[in-house]
Write a protein that binds this ligand. Structure first.
Ligand SMILES: O=C(O)C1=C[C@@H](OP(=O)(O)O)[C@@H](O)[C@H](O)C1
Ligand SMILES: C=C(OP(=O)(O)O)C(=O)O
Length: 439
């Protein structure tokens, strides 16, 4: 599907979709337990992949009135009857690789073209250090993966600058090993707030895990030299239930749409604070000069059209915000410099290069470096064009927001891939008043 968006005036109220990161963890944590109900889960393609994996390991996931009733495999995954297809979801593949190493036999994991090109080597190496079998069928550190267990825990050393999802995988699986797992980080940890999300969900499921040598700041995992999770633990959420908060990566597109195109204001509900690093989007938009009010207690964000100017943003902790910030930078006067972004190249596509190429087609001036994206923008410079979505939900959503302010029509190719994290994204924009055609 292609989506064609014209310059539009938005107004109205929308509810944020539930968090993808929390939903993945809640489904898998419930899988590790004897059973739990997950309220307000994100109903989209990526969490569905995690649910399929839990079922492959012997659990059961049923949707009842918008909640998920999950029967778990109680810490001991079965050997799957078939290959586990993780679709487009990096989180599923990494977290489930950890679970597969607990099964007494072989699990084969695969995914779509994008997922089969993403790095898994450091996690495979870590599982090998624990005595598991962990191979890439092509020997290139990418899926398809062959994982054999069971591992009983121990100490591993792993880089922290490729994906924090390796740490999440080891912590979640480590809790049900005999010895537990101690992780030594070989480099600084990128995307650290995502490990905080993991620690938060583990705690809600009664599982103990901790960062080692961290600085004690707001992000618990930032600056950690490692992590430790004791073994022989059971996953048991209080009251047998868990509720997923709203998704700040998804909120970032709504907030950007608000400050670019909502003269009369746009309200987002379901925006309560949590461990999500992408909450930083609120402060970034404010720094750019955007009019934003955030009632944290009520979880209500209000944004309205503002004149924006460029800023410098380090996305080491918040890689998923890069496409949104690049779009905001393209519409803002002056220079927006996005730094510390090399790991943003390892996502569904190389998002640094994708955003550079496509925003240039819309009229922004962009300089791309290995670890940095510099956007020279201005609303008057942007005019519609046909742009590539790279089958990447975040690139598609960010370019759609740019289409709300570009002169004329912007056509985004492959727009159906928003189903990964925000399936009704275009319906939401349409209901807020955007002029959109889908064909
Ligand atoms: O653990 C998670 O839920 C995620 C971690 C981040 O990945 P990396 O840790 O690979 O940067 C992020 O980009 C991804 O969208 C979700
Ligand atoms: C990178 C992302 O997710 P994953 O790693 O799970 O594919 C994302 O949602 O932007």
């Amino acid at each position: 599907m292609d989506a064609t968006i014209s310059r539009s005036a938005l107004r109205g109220t929308v509810r944020a979709p539930p968090s993808k990161s929390y939903t993945h963890r809640a489904i898998l944590a419930a899988g590790y337990s004897t059973g739990a109900t997950v309220y307000d889960p994100l109903d989209s393609a990526d969490p569905h992949a995690t649910a399929r994996a839990v079922e492959a390991f012997g659990g059961d996931v049923s949707e009842v009135d918008g909640s998920l009733e999950i029967e778990g495999f109680a810490g001991v995954p079965d050997v799957p009857d078939n290959v586990v297809d993780c679709g487009n979801s990096g989180t599923t593949m990494r977290l489930v690789t950890g679970s597969a190493a607990l099964a007494d036999g072989i699990t084969v994991l695969t995914g779509d073209d994008s997922l089969r090109s993403r790095p898994q080597g450091p996690l495979l190496d870590a599982l090998s250090q624990l005595g598991g079998r962990a191979e890439s069928t092509r020997g290139n550190g990418q899926a398809p993966l062959v994982i054999g267990g069971p591992i009983s825990g121990g100490t591993v050393s792993i880089p922290g600058d490729v994906s924090s999802q390796y740490i999440t995988a080891l912590l979640m699986a480590g809790a049900v090993t005999e010895e537990g797992i101690e992780i030594d980080l070989e480099t600084e940890l990128k995307s650290a707030p995502y490990v905080d999300i993991t620690l938060e969900v583990l705690a809600e499921f009664g599982v103990e895990a901790e960062p080692l040598g961290a600085g004690g700041g707001d992000v618990r995992s930032a600056g950690a030299s490692g992590f430790r999770v004791p073994g022989n633990q059971s996953y048991e959420p209080e009251g047998g239930e868990y509720r997923v908060p709203g998704d700040f990566s998804s909120i970032s597109y709504l907030l950007a749409a608000g400050v670019l195109a909502a003269e009369d204001g746009l309200t987002v509900r379901g925006a309560k604070p949590s461990a999500q690093g992408d909450t930083a989007i609120v402060g970034i938009v404010e720094r750019m000069g955007g009019a934003v009010e955030w009632n944290r207690e009520e979880g209500i964000l209000e944004a309205s059209k503002s004149d924006l100017s460029g800023v410098e943003v380090d996305v080491g902790d918040t890689p998923d915000l890069l496409p949104t910030i690049a779009t905001l930078g393209a519409a803002a006067e002056g220079e927006t410099r996005i730094t510390n972004c090399e790991h943003v190249r390892y996502k569904e596509t190389d998002r640094v290069s994708a955003m550079a190429d496509e925003l240039e087609k819309l009229g922004a001036r962009v300089t791309e470096r290995e670890d940095e994206l510099v956007v020279h923008g201005g609303e008057s410079a942007l005019s519609g064009a046909t742009v590539e979505g790279y089958d990447d939900h975040r690139v598609i959503m960010a370019l759609s927001v740019a289409g709300l302010v570009a002169k004329g029509e912007t056509t985004i190719r492959g727009a159906e891939h928003v189903d990964v994290s925000f399936p009704d994204f275009f319906d939401v924009l349409y209901d807020l008043g955007a002029t959109i055609q889908r064909q």
